[in-house]
Design a protein. Sequence first.
Length: 214
Amino acid sequence: MAAQLEARIVKVAPGLYRFPAGRGLTANDRQVITFETFRLSGLLAETVPNDGGRVVEEIAEQVCASFVANDRKNTDQAIYDGYAIALPRRAVAAVYEAVQRIVRDEAPPEYSRKFRPQPGEIAQLSRAIEKEWALERARLERLLTLEEQPPSPPEPEMTEEEKAAVRDRARRLIAGAAHHRSAGVQASETGTSAGARVAADIARRKAERGARDE
């Protein structure tokens, strides 16, 4: 959601961003953002207790049912004990989400979809998810602080006198351009005539010299 809204903002100065005029946050946008930030805060608020509690029991049960043990020592009890040590103080929602991402094959490639994830792996992925949610919440909260660019002032209308002056200047420019084109054509024609006369005179003189030589 934050990415979609951030695509609308523009940089107006170094470190200063705003929404374009007429494209700021609507009342509905603000309501949705507020709801989403509260939701993310709620996901991050509840953490796994120090004794693991029901969260570790449920996670250990799901992992044992969904994955294959890759070590004889990786018994159900060992899984439970490992999670009871690794997961306290992690966000409960992030822990559940971490396991679901591995089950759905949406976790990074280093996480096995077949073998039971180690307690440290679940704790690491949970921490990454917490950062992901915290960053999204911060981006949304920042969007609420951005202002909208004021609309550009309307262009002042010209008076009738100013319009007449513009038309008169345009007429003079057009007339001047036409005069320059006409003068250029005349000069070109004059130059061509003079050149033709010179060439004819040279040819005549050559003919006279040829006749005398004979």
